[in-house]
Structure formats: structure tokens, C-alpha cells
Design a protein around this ligand. Sequence first.
Ligand SMILES: [Zn+2]
Length: 488
Amino acid sequence: MTFRIYDTMTRGLVEFQPKDPGVVRMYNCGPTVYSSPTIGNFRSFLMADLLRRHLEARGFTVHQVMNITDVGHLTEDDIEQGEDKLVAAARRERVDPFEIARRYEKEFFEALEILHFRKAEEYPRATEHIAEMIEMIQGLLDKGHAYRVGGNVYFDEESFAGFGKLSHKNLDELLEGARVAVNEEKKDPRDFALWKTDEKHLMQWDAPWGRGFPGWHIECSAMSRKYLGDELDIHTGGEDNIFPHHECEIAQSESFTGKKPFVRYWVHCRHLLVEGKKMSKSLGNYYTIQDLVREGWTGREIRVALGRVHYRQPVNFTKESLAEARKGLQRIHEARARLLRIAKGLEEAGEEALGPRLENAREEFGKALDEDLNISAAMAVLFELVSLVNRSKPSRRGAEEALALFRAFEDWTGMVGEEPEVQSDEEGFVWMADAEDPKRSEVLGLAKERAMAKAKKDYQRADEIRDQLARMGYRLVDTAEGIRIEKV
Ligand SMILES: [Zn+2]
């Protein structure tokens, strides 16, 4: 097995090999928590989640860090112009910027759960790492990579030879990009702010250069270093992060640590279109994850509609694509329900062992993802598996093995869904409500507790639990295959 990934720095597919065998240090540029998380924000996060799942499926231990930007992200990604996004939102909503940050951070974490993300090891907040940023800025000053003008500190581009190497921009293009913001203070238009002293800013901290706030770029350099060390294996983001954000991160980190490269593989995903256009509030194609859930779409459907296209291709997110995702998931669900009935002896089994064809599907699925996370090819393998299952008469063992493969594909991508009815091994419960029901584990727990109470002849407790479940809207039905849990 060889996993190949497209590296923005070298502009090509490269064989993935982490610095330390078996361990992957991955940093993902996370959300700026100044508004509700939209579908547009989630494409690069979903790519990172798929990357993590694939690496884990291939036996790597992944240490994943995704930052929470809760200060310093300016509207033009440029500290000289534009207002801080957090501060602007706080002004608009007339509340404390920290309150804004916590509110939208909470929504972000909810959205991660809705979309079935695997949890990163760390989600550091910028506002809780000001000391690390100050240390790094001071270090850059000491080493001659930064300079002060009054209370402001700028990175000195002259001092770093590699600027532009990630975005492949030449000096003219870099100057062109910087020309929008003419700032007399800076030695070179390409220089960018590390610290800004600003008495009017609503979020301020003490620093040796004056009370103020950090630039957005320094936060990722400081936090990735704290949690993952000087050299990362993978750094991800959206394509709009390449310049200037990631270019600046490289300049800061490599200048500070003296180690190269800061990142072994740079992975960026293309932007997202919604209903064929760039997402914007004025075009009416602006969806938050929670909006879509209120409209009745499940997290799984949103995840599939968002994640079905290869990350380096543009994806058009539409209501039709959600409906298509729903249909596809339903097809998978029905095929698995039939397999489950066969496996449990509720439907007549056939003779087909399926074995080698299942092995072949597993291999093809992995091969697709090994080739630069080609999810659309992997999904094609998944639906071939559905067709294979539907047109065969599997033996009981064949059905069990096919079910295991669906579970493996779900674990690998999160795009397959839960098994339709889940029977826990000893207790003999059959879950008949929605697989994504948020009360599921609570209800199953109570049902198990009731079974134990009955076994101990504590009928009063058993009845109490039955009534409690009824109030929650669930009913237990004894059947030959076990106790069925139904939603009333
Ligand atoms: Zn970042």
C-alpha cells in the first residue's frame, strides 16, 4: 500500500511518508468563530476528517490539531485594513466579542457532531495562546526577522528567502498582492503585522510592545508548534489560505525554529459553490449546517452531498445533491437491512459466499483513497457493492461478511451510515428507530437497565423504566428476535 497525496508546495502527487514512521502530525486551519458555521466552511474540515480516517485505516496514529480563531482574523486577511471579524460581529450584535466567540464555537462543535466528524486531539483557541505568540514574536525580533514601529511589530520579508515558495508567486505578484494596503510604516509592502497595538480594539492583551492583539498568521505558527512541534507532517486548509496565510506561517515558523521544512505536505481543497454560485447572503444561497438540519436533512446526507467530490475538484452543493445523497443512503440502508435479515435467519439465506468479491471491493475502495483521497472512485466501489449484494443470494456467512464490509467502509469515510437495525450482542435488543436518533444510547441504556431489573425480579423498577421510556416516546416490544425498541 502506498498513499499518494497532492502537495501544493511541490505541485505534484507525492508518496506520503511521515517524519516518524507510523505517526502523523496534522494541523488544520480551523474556523473563525464570528458567525454560524456555513456549508462553505466545512469542505476543508471534511477533507481533513477524511484524510484522518484514511490514515487511521492505513494503520497510522494521527495526532490532529484544529485551531479556533477567536481573535485577529481581519476581513481582508490583512491587519492594516479591514476590521477584526470577531470585533465587527460583536459591534453588530452589541455583545462582548468573547461571548460571540463562545456562542459560535459551540455551534461549530455541534456541527462537527451533526456531520459525524472524528474528534481532533486538540482544538486550541487563539485567545488562550497569546503567551506562545508573544514568545514567538519576541524570538523573531531577537533573530532579526521582525522589526518594531512604535507598538506594532512586522515580519521582515527581506530576512526570509523562501517567501512565495508555496503559492509560487514571484516578487512582482507578491508586491501586487500587497499593494492594496499602503502602509507607510512598513519597510517593504510584503511585510505583515505580527502584533498590532490598538487601544480601540475590543480584545487586548499586554505585550512588551504595548497593549494590543496578535495577527492571524502568528496564531497558527504558535499553536501548531506548541501541540505538534517544529515540523508537521500535514497542514491543511482551503485554497484561499495558501496566500497570504500559509505563506506567512512558513516564513514565521521556519525563521523562528531554523528548521526546514515547517510542513512536509501541504494539502488544500478547492472552494465550494452553492447552487452554482459563490455562497453569499445576498444571493440567498447561504446555508448554515443547522439551517439544513432544520429543513429536515440529516447530518449524513449533508456530509455525503458535501464530501462526494474529490477535494481538488470544485463541488457544487445543491438541494438536488442532498436529495441524491438521501436516495443513495437509502439504497445502502435497504441492501444492509436485507443482509441483516439473512444474517439473523429472518430471511432465507442463499448459497453465495461472496468472499472473493468482497475482498476485491475492499481492495478497490482502499486503492481509490490511496490515490490522493479519490472519494468519488471509492463511492463508485461502494455502490457496486450495493448492486452486487442486491443481485446475489448470499449465504448467512456471506451476508455477515458483507455487513462487516459496509461497517468498515463507514468507519473509513463516514459516508455510508449506520447499520439499519442494531442488535447488541447479549441483551438481544433490536433498534427500530432512526439510527441517528440522539436519544439512542440513553434509551438503550434504560432498556438494558429494565432487563436487569426484571432479571432480579425488581418489577417496580422495571415498570418505572417502562413508563419513563413511554414519556420519552419509546416502546419496547417482545419479539422472537429479541426486544424491539420502537419510536411511538
Ligand atoms: Zn491557519
